[in-house]
Design a protein around this ligand. Structure first.
Ligand code: TXA
Ligand code: MG
Length: 315
């Protein structure tokens, strides 16, 4: 199917991707059409092995070399100077290209069997939550759904950490499971994200459930939920503990206190709460600790408050 220019959704360790032959501009254009994504947003090229990097990248800066050696295969995307032959539909017209070597065995097998680069954004409609299960992809696209390779649940559940290595520096563009401290251990201090190259696009579009999301501190959670219930309005809660008392108009998910399992379940929990027919999703504010950075970033975006410089989750 990939060789015929068609789209294939596939599991990775982060989220499901919507893949096309990265060397076939018409096929990559189909990704944008299906997602409803603006043409100037670049897509990541997935490879099964870093030794094929030179086909896509003009130059591998030393910082990128070290990060790739340490974290690939894995949930890290590197933004690097693009090779001349990479089509602008992949790069959104920029002089750089995003590349990632995923570790998921199904992604690895697909890439190896295909034998080339697979361009893939997350397999959701533009502005919506990333899918972490095959059925999420089918829900997203309904009758228009592409072929989906079902690899079960994505083990991490949040999109990859993105680092740009372009001008002799390394910049964190999107937090993920790989933390800033882990990156710093490998390449030293990172440059400030503030002057990072930005993917163009409408920053007011945020990835989100359709139900409005509100962050609430733990000690205000019950009272805030009670205000909705008292008005006869259904309210959803994503908390880190069980409710003190059950309420008829309240749907409560206890996502626990462990950052890894919270992240793993975050998108499917938000999808479930979004379907519950509530006027609001109240989310207990997670701890402001490094291992919660990616979760906090995605939750801020879900509230429409934005996290990182170029609001990648709209993609
Ligand atoms: O975990 C992931 O990264 C998943 C899986 C499928 O690999 N993919 C993913 O792709 O999240 P996407 O397109 O939803 O988000 C990638 C982000 C986009 O915001 C895009 O703008 C940014 O990476 N990006 C890609 N290439 C870039 C480039 N050359 N310069 C700046 N940003 C880039
Ligand atoms: Mg995306």
């Amino acid at each position: 199917m990939l060789r015929a220019g068609r789209l294939v959704a596939f599991p990775t360790e982060t989220v499901y991707g919507l893949g096309a032959n990265a060397a076939d501009a018409a096929a990559v254009a189909r990704i944008f059409a299906l997602k409803g994504r603006p043409a100037d947003h670049p897509v990541i090229v997935h490879l099964d092995n870093p030794r094929y990097l030179h086909r896509w990248v003009r130059e591998i800066p030393p910082a990128a070399e070290r990060l790739a050696a340490r974290f690939w295969p894995g949930p890290l995307t590197l933004i690097l100077p693009k090779a001349a032959e990479v089509d602008e539909v992949v790069t959104g017209g920029q002089d750089s290209v995003g590349v990632r070597v995923p570790s998921h065995p199904v992604a690895q097998q697909l890439l190896t069997a295909f034998g080339g680069g697979i361009a893939a954004p997350s397999a959701n409609r533009y502005g919506r939550l990333s899918p972490t299960r095959a059925e999420h992809v089918r829900e997203e696209f309904g009758d228009a759904a592409p072929f989906v390779l079902d690899g079960g649940e994505s083990p991490i559940g949040l999109e990859s950490t993105i680092v740009a290595c372009l001008d002799g520096t390394a910049r964190l563009l999107r937090p993920g499971q790989i933390t800033r401290s882990q990156l710093t251990e490998v390449v030293g201090e990172l440059a400030e994200a503030g002057d990072a190259p930005r993917a163009p696009g409408d920053r007011s579009v945020h990835y989100a459930p359709l139900t409005p999301v509100e962050l609430v501190a733990l000690d205000e959670l019950e009272a805030r939920a009670g205000e909705f219930a008292a008005r006869g309005e259904k309210v959803a809660v994503l908390a880190m503990r069980a409710p003190l008392r059950a309420r008829r108009l309240m749907t409560w998910i206890n996502a626990g206190r462990k950052a890894e399992s919270y992240a793993h379940d975050l998108y499917s929990n938000l999808r479930a709460l979004d379907r519950a027919g509530c006027v609001r999703i109240l989310v207990q504010t997670p701890p402001q600790e490094e291992r919660w950075t990616a979760v906090n970033d995605r939750l801020l975006r879900a509230c429409g408050l934005g996290g990182c410089p170029h609001d990648p989750e709209a993609d």
